[in-house]
Write a protein that binds this ligand. Structure first.
Ligand SMILES: [Zn+2]
Length: 97
């Protein structure tokens, strides 16, 4: 029996995780979109670049493409950035040799 996957009612309102590259480059010295995250909600893993990024603020909300759980949120103020990653069990960041 095949699993029934509910349709995403917001399918046309998100960007892919590459939309996080610019904003996260202010915080990290590596390209975080190349990192692999593990969703705290469903356990799926995949590149940050494949998260679904909802840009209609405040800030950016990145959701898991498998379960729609919030993996990370990034809000940038004039002199402070808030990064909430409680929806990620881990982030595996590839390093240069
Ligand atoms: Zn998930």
């Amino acid at each position: 029996m095949d699993a029934i996957v509910p349709a995403d009612p917001y399918a046309d309102s998100y960007l892919d995780g590459n939309a996080l590259a610019g904003p996260l480059s202010e915080l990290f010295a590596v390209d975080v979109t190349a990192a692999v995250s593990r969703c705290a909600h469903c356990g799926s893993t995949g590149p940050v670049a494949l998260l679904r990024v909802y840009p209609r603020g405040p800030g950016l909300t990145a959701r898991c493409p498998d379960c729609s759980g919030v993996v990370l949120r990034l809000v940038r103020g004039p002199d402070t950035a808030w990064l909430d990653m409680r929806g990620a069990v881990r982030l595996a960041v590839p390093l240069a040799d």
